[in-house]
Each structure stands twice: as structure tokens, then as C-alpha cells.
Design a protein. Structure first.
Lengths: 492, 485
């Protein structure tokens, strides 16, 4: 039965596409293969999502070795939701890549670009699909190594430095993660995450567990760019090729959040040793600082891509804030924001890619008068911006609604003030775009009138439409997030 | 036509109109015809709802579920009915006026102007008919955003500054305070539907929590311009005058006080909170705004600025009257939404006519202008009469109910505020009329009346102002429906 193979297929299809692409070499063929593989992955992810919704957890024993001895792929409500986000973004970005990447990456390296993109996609999907702690590390490294290459392929030479920075930070993060997993393996004798959770309460000595949790927390926080471990992100996002930025912004950090949720709610939560470890307050404080400082820094960036990168650091702060609230509304807000922010930032970076293609860059002096020169692109950016602020009828509003609700349920008013007050800083940075695009006359750096090609506009506007769709019709995103949150918090 | 279809059409017609206007951007006459057709169509549709609502039916329409348990839903009750009626009716008049103003002043980007205007009216209908707080908030924010291009229409530095204040104050208050209020309401009551008698009755809020929640709403609804969140309104005066007239005397500001009354009547409920010590700060703040804004208006020489502060003051009448929490003052509040709309749009129309015909913006320049523009200044005088609250103008009716209500509950400070502000209103409107008609005009002026479309519009709204004094039956019946009397 093909349905039983879905958890493996979703990862294997893009993974196998990578070597085929290298063999094919021709840029057009490479792109077509990548497109086919990412659409296939998306279809499989949707099938898997439906399967999980009807059947609960879907488990797949790799090579028919039963868990906990073999590698188990285990997809639950949270994993399926993340898989849909990652594969969906991949499916939207792939058609965008042909024109955009051809304009930014040298022709003879295009097939390598697509091969790396496939590896990155399959790595990120693998993280969300696997139920094995070490296998997760392998996928983490696959996606990370592919990401370094993708960033380094940016046309600005500073992309090399950005990739190197990320390589150092990412490697430290992955190493920390694997040290943590090693300690857990020592204490429990298993690498299967579900099995680990079952055996953890029996571990008498808490100290190695604390060390494991600390290593995993710091390692994953590096990957998800939690303040103050976010320094690699702005450069990486700014100098990577436009399509890569959009893809990473929508998926990479989100998958890392998934890992954090998986460990802290499915594994460590099971052990009584963690009952009085103040992870929550620490995460809360860091999230709050991330939201405020990164938003403020974003306001003063001269380049829009960089501004949105800092905005991402702040928005990740909202996601971790919801986790730290540790109640159903907050966690729902966190998971739904993981999705909503992915869609929003994906749309914004794709649209900016169109600007970069027409104007050569996305600095604010190039954006002057953009409302006239590229009306559809500008209007799309405004809608994405409204979603970042959290204006009702956009996806961002839904996230904010749940985060505020979570804060009220905790009875902590400063959190309410933080969440709604920080939206105002988002107003400030989104407004910079509006003033540049609509109220300034075109300058010497502005592009000549003319829209981005349809191959760029259509995928970007698909995501813009999704920003509004998921703000008005929330049964998919809120429904999935709520069931994932219920699953993580367990019967209370 | 079923009432549900009427609700949909009231929103859909201006939307379709906006598309039609955009498509006709090369043919100005056709474009303006589309605007007028949409305005008339919308008014007729809204009018068709009046009968059923007066008979006691409450047409409702549930579109879809936006958040679990909360949908985008509409429900037409008397208060929204009156607001929709006033806004849609005045859109027709304002469109006629706009044609004269925009052409007379050779404004640019006229298509964008008419498109945004039509969309603003669509959002206004959404506010008027909203069945719950989420729907109200959705259209409230939409109205803020869609009116921004209208405020910054001229695109110069002054417009940009004004637009920044406009957006800054309105978005800040709504995102930080109003949204929080709505989420808190949802958290404690598990519903945010508007219901007669309020929805917080069983929530068991303490007095302090109730006072805090009320403050979140009252200051969060920045469009009601309660001090200290009133600055956006004078800042918005950089807009072309028809925008100030319909949006910043009728649609936008009335959306604010409409939301205030709606929240007090249908979220808190008049009965449950009447007499509570935790809510008696609100008449004080509103009373202060009434007097302070009047004092500022007294000192303003720029005509539009004077009118803007007069609006700030008049809006707080509505807030104060609603906050006194008796049926009579609630009737007064509801009536004042309509009465002030008619009077103030007349005043703004006159200010725009003076600017178009004579290019004068300051009060001190208006010596003897009434002799050259008798229709304009005649209409202005009637509008001023209504602001002061003298018969035979609409303002008298609403003030009468407010005074009667305040006296009935022995709220003498409110009575004193109304009396004092009446004197202040007279203090800043009578000199204008005096100057225009009785001072000799400066030599060497050769302008006549404004374009005829503007004069027609002005006379129409002035006539409405007087008509509401003599024929207040429908507004009064609707207001009684709100107050439950």
C-alpha cells in the first residue's frame, strides 16, 4: 500500500531528485525536476496530513525494523502541520525559482543550486517526519549544509561571509544538539524519541539530563535564531538569493521551532526532574527582549531585505513567547504563528525578489516611488506588512489574537502590553515602505515602471492571498495548531 | 428583496462601484455617474431595511466562521440602521459636492479619490451592521487604512505629516487598547456578539476590572476622539474638504461614537452598569473634552481647524450622553449622531465652497463674504445654529434629550457642561456669521458663489438640518429602539 509509505516518500522524493539533477546538468531540466519533486512532496505532505487527521499518529518502520530498534518515522498532528508548511512553501517557491535564480546565480552553477535546494527541502522535511533523535541530527546537517551552499550562491560577494558565519554558528548548534542526544542516549539507551520519553521518568540521576536539555536547547536556539543567538540570520537572509531567502524564512527557523517543541513537550516534559527547571521564565524573557529589540533594530535598516530579516528575529520571538506561556491558547498562538509568519514572510521575500530583479537591490532608496513603478508588487508588500502588524483579516491577526488570549489566561498584563505594543513597532517599519513606495517621488535608484515577470508575481501573490485566506478562514491553520497544542500539552 | 440580501448589497454596491470607478478612469463624466449611481443604489438598499427594523425585526446574516466560535456576522439594529441611513444618504449629497470641488480646484488623482471614497463607505456599512466585536473591529481598521490615501491626497510634506498623525493615533489606540479590550471580553464572557442588555452580566468582573475594560474601549475607539487621543482629527484636515466633510464629520468620526454607544449599550449594557462607581469617570473625561476642545476652537483662526475642534467637542457630547446611562440620554446620544452629521457636513461644505470660490481659509479673511456668497453663508448659519443647539435646527432636539436626561438623574455637572459649551459654541460660530454678513467686504474682490453642484449640496444638507427639527419621527423611533424605551 502506497499510503503506508507516505512518511518515507515525502522525504525520499526530493532526496533522490538531488543526484538526478546533478546527472542531468542542464539548467532547464534541473529546474523541471526540482519543480516536479517539490510538487510531489507537497501532494504527499497533504495526503499525510489527511491521514494523520483521520488516523492519529502515523508510524513507519524504516527497512521494516520495528521501533525502537530501527529508525522510526513518526508523524503526528504537529509534524504533519509543519510538513505541509515546508512542502507547501517549497511548491510555491519552485516555479518562482526559474526566472529569479537565473537572474542571480551564474548559469553554469544552476544545476548545483537546484540539487542543493532539493537536499535542503528533503532535510527540512526529514526533521519533521522522523521519530529518531539521531536521524533528526542527520537531516539537520543535510539541510544546514545545503543551506550554507545556497546562501553562498548569492550574487553579492558578502554572501560568502554570511554563509561562513552561518556555517560556524550552525555547526556549533548541530554539535550541541548531538552532544545533548548523546547524553540522552547514555541515560536511556534509546534514540527513538517516543521511547526516550517513555524511559526518561525512570532515570534517577537528573544532572546529565539537565546537561542534555541545556545542550539541546542552546543548539536548537542557535538554529532558530532565538535572541541572543540570532546574529547569523540578518546577513544570511540579506545576501542569499531572493528565492532562497523566501524559502528559508518560511521554513528553516520554523522547523527548528518544531524540534524545540518536540523535545521540551514530548521528551523532557515526561521527566519529573524538569518540574522545577525554570525554562519557561528564561524563554519568556529572551522572547520579550527579541520582540522589542529586533523590532526596533528593524526600523532603522537601510535595506528592506535586512529590515525583514530583523523582523523575522522579532517574529520568532512571538513564536517562542507563545511556547513560554505554557497554556493552550499561548501554544496554539505559537504554532499558528509559526505557520502564519511563514506564509507572510514567504510572500514578502518573494515580492522583494521581484523588486531586486527590476531594481538590482531592495534598499529603501530603490523603493522610492515603487507604488507607481510596480503597483502589484507594492500592494502585495503592503498586505504582507499588514499581516506582520496583525491587522484583522490577515493571518498575523489570528496569531496575535491567540497570543493575547494566552497572556490574559496567565493573568500577566505586561505580556498583553508587550504583544500589542510591539505591533506598533511593526507599524513603524512597515510604514517606512509605504512612505517610500507611495509618498516619495522615484529617485535615481528606483526601477523603471514595469512589473516583475508573471513567473515571480503569481507565486508571490499566491502567498499574499494565503495571508488573507488564513486570516479569515482559520479552520485549517487554527484547527491544526489547536490540535497540535492539545497533543503537546497532553491531558491536563 | 430580503433583508439579508439588502445587507450584502449595502456592502457590495460600493465595492462594485469602486471597481466601476477604477475602470472608467479615462472618462470622468462616466466615472462620476458610476459614483452617483452607487451612492443612490446603496441608499435605496439601506432604506429598504428601515421598515423591517422599525417593526422590530433584526435582520441578521452570518457569513463564515473566522475564529473558532467567532464569525464575520451582521445584525441590523436601530443604532446601526440610523448610522447607515445617515452615512449612505449623505454620500449622495457629498458626491454631488465632490464633483464641483474636485473639478473646481483641478485636483489630481481624482479616480483614486473616488475609489477610496466608495470603499470607505463600504467599510462604514460594515461597521454599522456589524453583529459582533470582531466584525466591527475588522471594518473599523479597514476604514482607517482606506481613508489614509484620502487624507494624504495632496501628497506634499504637510499631507504626509498629517497622514502620519492620523494613522499613528488611530492604529495605536485600536491595536493596543481596543483589540486588548475585545480579547479580554472574549476571555471573560466567551462571546463577543452584540446583545441587548450586554454580555458581561455573568462574567463576574470586579469594579476595577470593569473600569479598566471600559477605559480600553473608550480610549481604544480613537475615532471617537476622546481626549487625549483627539489629535488625529485636526491633523486629518489636510485632506480635500469633501473628505473632511463626509469622513471627518460623518463616516469616520461617527463610526467612532457609534462604536462607543454600541459597546456601552450592547456589550456592557446600560442597566447592569448604571450607577456603578467604576464607570462614573467617563462623563468627566467626556465633559472635559467638550469644554477643552471648544476653548481650542475659540482660538483657532483657520476655519477647518475650528470646525475640527468643534467636531472633537461635539463627539464627546455623544460619549457623555451615553455614559450617563439613562434611557433619555441614550436617545440624545443616538439622535446627536444624526443631528451633528447634518449640521457639520453643512459647515464643512461651506468652508470648501469658500475655499473654492474665494481661496480663503482663515476666519479673519471672511469680512463681508456673505454678501458675495449668500447661499453658502446662509447654509453655514444654519449649520452653526445646529451646533449651538438652537431651534429650528437638529442640534436642538438631541441636546434637549441630553439635558432632560441629565436633569432627571440630577447629574448637575453634565447639565453645567452642556450649558457652558453651548455658550462656547455660540462664542466661536456667531462671530463668523456676524463677520460674513455685517462687516464691509474688502475692496477689489470679484468672486461670486461656488460651482452650482456645491451650492445644491449645501442647501440640501442645510435643509436636512432644519427638517430633522420638524420631522424627527424616524430617528426618534430608532433611538427609542436603542434605549429600549
Amino acid at each position: 500500500m502506497i499510503r503506508a509509505q507516505l512518511p518515507a516518500l515525502v522525504v525520499v522524493v526530493p532526496l533522490l531528485a538531488a543526484p538526478v539533477i546533478v546527472l542531468a546538468r542542464r539548467a532547464g531540466v534541473a529546474w523541471a525536476l526540482a519543480l516536479a519533486a517539490s510538487w510531489a512532496s507537497f501532494a504527499i505532505a497533504i495526503a499525510l496530513f489527511l491521514e494523520v487527521r483521520s488516523a492519529g499518529v502515523v508510524s513507519y518502520a524504516m527497512g521494516s525494523w520495528p521501533p525502537p530498534w530501527g529508525i522510526e518515522y513518526r508523524v503526528d498532528a504537529l509534524g504533519a502541520f509543519v510538513l505541509v508548511l515546508v512542502a507547501g512553501t517549497g511548491a510555491v517557491v519552485a516555479p518562482y525559482m526559474r526566472r529569479s535564480v537565473a537572474a542571480e546565480v551564474p548559469g553554469e552553477r544552476l544545476y548545483l543550486f537546484y540539487a542543493m535546494y532539493m537536499l535542503c527541502l528533503s532535510g527540512l522535511l526529514g526533521i519533521a517526519a522522523t521519530g529518531d533523535a539521531f536521524n533528526l541530527f542527520v537531516f539537520l546537517e543535510i539541510s544546514s549544509l545545503a543551506t550554507y551552499v545556497l546562501i553562498a550562491l548569492g550574487r553579492d560577494r558578502r554572501s560568502l561571509l554570511a554563509a561562513f558565519q552561518y556555517l560556524i554558528m550552525g555547526t556549533i548548534g548541530a554539535t550541541f544538539y548531538v552532544i545533548g542526544v548523546g547524553l540522552l542516549y547514555l541515560m536511556t539507551g534509546t534514540l527513538n524519541i517516543a521511547d526516550m520519553a517513555a524511559r526518561l521518568p525512570a532515570v534517577a540521576e537528573p544532572r546529565p539530563l539537565y546537561a542534555a536539555a541545556a545542550f539541546i536547547a542552546v543548539g536548537i536556539s542557535l538554529k532558530l535564531a532565538l535572541f541572543p543567538l540570532h546574529f547569523w540570520l540578518p546577513n544570511a537572509y540579506t545576501y542569499a538569493p531572493s528565492a532562497v531567502t523566501a524559502f528559508l524564512a518560511a521554513t528553516a527557523t520554523k522547523v527548528s521551532v518544531y524540534v524545540l517543541l518536540r523535545y521540551f513537550f514530548s521528551v523532557f516534559d515526561a521527566s519529573p526532574a524538569f518540574a522545577d527547571v525554570p525554562f519557561g521564565p528564561a524563554l519568556l524573557a529572551l522572547s520579550a527582549i527579541a520582540i522589542v529589540t529586533a523590532s526596533l533594530v528593524a526600523v532603522y535598516q537601510p535595506d528592506m531585505k535586512r529590515m525583514l530579516a530583523y523582523s523575522s528575529v522579532a517574529q520568532i520571538g512571538y513564536i517562542t513567547l507563545g511556547i513560554a506561556m505554557f497554556n493552550k491558547a499561548g501554544l496554539t498562538g505559537s504554532i499558528v504563528h509559526l505557520f502564519n509568519h511563514g506564509v507572510t514572510k514567504g510572500a514578502l521575500f518573494l515580492l522583494l525578489g521581484g523588486v531586486a530583479m527590476r531594481a538590482g537591490r531592495a534598499s529603501f532608496d530603490a523603493l522610492a516611488g515603487l507604488g507607481r513603478a510596480m503597483p502589484l508588487t507594492s500592494f502585495g508588500i503592503v498586505i504582507g506588512g499588514l499581516s506582520l502588524i496583525g491587522i484583522p483579516s490577515t493571518a498575523g491577526f489570528v496569531s496575535k489574537w491567540y497570543l493575547v488570549l494566552g497572556a490574559i489566561e496567565r493573568g500577566e498584563w505586561w505580556l498583553v502590553v508587550l504583544v500589542v505594543g510591539s505591533s506598533l513597532i511593526a507599524v513603524a517599519y512597515v510604514w517606512r515602505f509605504v512612505e517610500a513606495a507611495y509618498l516619495q517621488a522615484p529617485g535615481p535608484a528606483s526601477p523603471r515602471p514595469g512589473e516583475a515577470p508573471l513567473a515571480l508575481l503569481v507565486p508571490a501573490w499566491l502567498l499574499v492571498a494565503a495571508c488573507i485566506w488564513f486570516g479569515l478562514s482559520t479552520s485549517f491553520n487554527v484547527g491544526s495548531a489547536a490540535s497540535a497544542a492539545a497533543l503537546l500539552l497532553g491531558p491536563q | 428583496m430580503s433583508p439579508q440580501a439588502a445587507i450584502v448589497l449595502a456592502l457590495a454596491i460600493p465595492f462594485a462601484g469602486a471597481i466601476g470607478i477604477a475602470l472608467c478612469h479615462r472618462a470622468p463624466n462616466l466615472r462620476e455617474t458610476v459614483t452617483l449611481a452607487a451612492a443612490v443604489g446603496m441608499f435605496l438598499v439601506v432604506l429598504s431595511l428601515v421598515g423591517p427594523v422599525l417593526e422590530g425585526s433584526r435582520p441578521a446574516l452570518f457569513l463564515f466562521e473566522a475564529l473558532p466560535g467567532v464569525g464575520i456576522a451582521f445584525r441590523v439594529e436601530p443604532l446601526g440602521m440610523l448610522f447607515a441611513l445617515v452615512a449612505s444618504g449623505l454620500w449622495i449629497v457629498n458626491s454631488i459636492y465632490s464633483i464641483g470641488y474636485m473639478r473646481g480646484n483641478r485636483e489630481e488623482h481624482q479616480t483614486r479619490y473616488y475609489v477610496c471614497f466608495a470603499l470607505a463607505l463600504a467599510f462604514t456599512m460594515g461597521i454599522a451592521f456589524a453583529g459582533n466585536l470582531l466584525t466591527l473591529f475588522l471594518f473599523y481598521e479597514g476604514l482607517t487604512l482606506i481613508t489614509y490615501p484620502l487624507v494624504t491626497h495632496h501628497g506634499d510634506d504637510e499631507a504626509r505629516r498629517g497622514g502620519r498623525t492620523y494613522l499613528g493615533v488611530l492604529l495605536t489606540t485600536s491595536i493596543v487598547l481596543l483589540l486588548t479590550g475585545i480579547v479580554v471580553t472574549w476571555a471573560v464572557a466567551r462571546t463577543i456578539d452584540f446583545a441587548p442588555g450586554g454580555i458581561l452580566g455573568d462574567a463576574g468582573l470586579t469594579n476595577a476590572a470593569l473600569a479598566g475594560l471600559l477605559a480600553l474601549y473608550m480610549f481604544g475607539i480613537g475615532k471617537a476622539a476622546l481626549m487625549p487621543f483627539h489629535r488625529w482629527l485636526p491633523a486629518a484636515m489636510v485632506a480635500p474638504t469633501p473628505v473632511s466633510a463626509l469622513l471627518h464629520a460623518v463616516a469616520v468620526v461617527k463610526a467612532g461614537v457609534f462604536a462607543v454607544v454600541k459597546v456601552i449599550v450592547y456589550v456592557f449594557g446600560v442597566e447592569p452598569i448604571a450607577g456603578l462607581a467604576s464607570v462614573d469617570w467617563l462623563p468627566v473625561v467626556a465633559g472635559f473634552t467638550i469644554l477643552a476642545a471648544s476653548v481650542v476652537a475659540l482660538r483657532a483662526d483657520n476655519l477647518k481647524r475650528r470646525l475640527a475642534y468643534s467636531t472633537v467637542s461635539q463627539l464627546s457630547y455623544v460619549v457623555m450622553a451615553a455614559a450617563l446611562l439613562t434611557p433619555l440620554t441614550v436617545i440624545g446620544a443616538v439622535l446627536h449622531i444624526a443631528a451633528h452629521a447634518f449640521g457639520k457636513i453643512t459647515l464643512f461644505f461651506a468652508a470648501g465652497a469658500i475655499y473654492t470660490a474665494a481661496h480663503k481659509t482663515e476666519v479673519s479673511q471672511l469680512d463681508g463674504i456673505g454678501r458675495r456668497m449668500p447661499w453658502t453663508l446662509g447654509a453655514f448659519a444654519i449649520g452653526a445654529l445646529s451646533m449651538i443647539g438652537l431651534p429650528p435646527a437638529a442640534g436642538f432636539v438631541s441636546k434637549w434629550y441630553m439635558l432632560a436626561g441629565a436633569m432627571a438623574i440630577d447629574h448637575w455637572p453634565a447639565v453645567a457642561v452642556i450649558v457652558a459649551s453651548t455658550l462656547l459654541n455660540a462664542g466661536y460660530f456667531v462671530p463668523i456669521v456676524y463677520r460674513a454678513f455685517l462687516r464691509p467686504p474688502p475692496a477689489g474682490e470679484a468672486h461670486g458663489e461656488a460651482p452650482w453642484t456645491m451650492v445644491v449640496a449645501m442647501v440640501a444638507t442645510a435643509a436636512l438640518t432644519v427638517a430633522m427639527f420638524f420631522y424627527a419621527d424616524v430617528p426618534l423611533a430608532l433611538a427609542r429602539g436603542v434605549a429600549g424605551g
